[in-house]
Design a protein around this ligand. Sequence first.
Ligand SMILES: [Cu+2]
Length: 168
Amino acid sequence: MPTNRLRPSAFVLAVAALVLGACTGTSAPTATSTTDGTDPGIEFTFGAPADPAEADRTVEIVASDDFRFDPATLTVVAGETITFQIVNAGQDPHDFTLGDQVAQDEHEAEVADMGGTMMHDTANAVSVDAGETKELTWRFTQAGTVLIGCHQPGHYAAGMTGQITVQA
Ligand SMILES: [Cu+2]
């Protein structure tokens, strides 16, 4: 019967709508975000997203399929604004998430919850496809240690991390 055949596809559409809705709801709390993509509603203890025009310097970071960032360590001075140029030199997607240990753990858990789907770019994270280069500008405000991590499924656990030392 033709009418019965409509039911499964309607169900699939409903599920797809739920999945899309969940994706938008959990990882894009930026309905009121500004035109430059930053969200004034989210505060970070380790600094803030900044205007690329205000960057003191640009640092290139190469992400590769052997689960490494190069360089994996970096030293900046508190008050410095850095534009990170993330180059994906591999065949797999990688991402660059800036954050303290709590932020890294949260991001890792979020990806697991979403079944490993691609993250949306946020104020402190960008996803970079194979062969692509993306930029993220950040102003470091406090001395301490800030971590970088890739949260594509399995990458963080495989050691795709790095460390930024922020000097006073
Ligand atoms: Cu990766």
